[in-house]
Write a protein that binds this ligand. Sequence first.
Ligand code: FES
Length: 164
Amino acid sequence: MSREHDEIDWPQVHALIDRHCREDRWTLIPLVQEIQKECGYIHPEAIPIIADRLKTFPSVVQGVISFYAQLYTEPRGRNTIRVCRGTACHVRGGKTILKLVKQHLGIDEGETTDDLEYTLETVACIGVCALAPSMMINQQVYGGMNPKKVGQLLKRKDEDHDPA
Ligand code: FES
């Protein structure tokens, strides 16, 4: 499957590595953060290159990336949808909301659509239990979700991305 963001700007990645790598593994976290900021994610092929420059093992670099939930080794969607799977949402139909979002996007949780518009995640609690069931699109929280509202929200979001 080809994805537009698989096109990594390798000269840029190497320039970032040059800037950060001083044979000090403590530069690792700022380096991978900056690569992700510039490229959208940390390409797995960059891991052995970083390890080599920091004179450490690829498993150490991979371990740090895996430890931080905000670091990714796969392309992410431009929009992140988070559906709450907490207890309050669950008892008020959260499972149905998640199923509908999955159906609409054609992906499972943890996946990204092929056009890189959406990444779908679930979270333990969004923090608005009184509004259950709830979900988020990027930083915007939506409560009192129901099947109709899911359809409207995702349709509106799709239209936002249609070229005018
Ligand atoms: S359980 Fe869903 S917002 Fe808290």
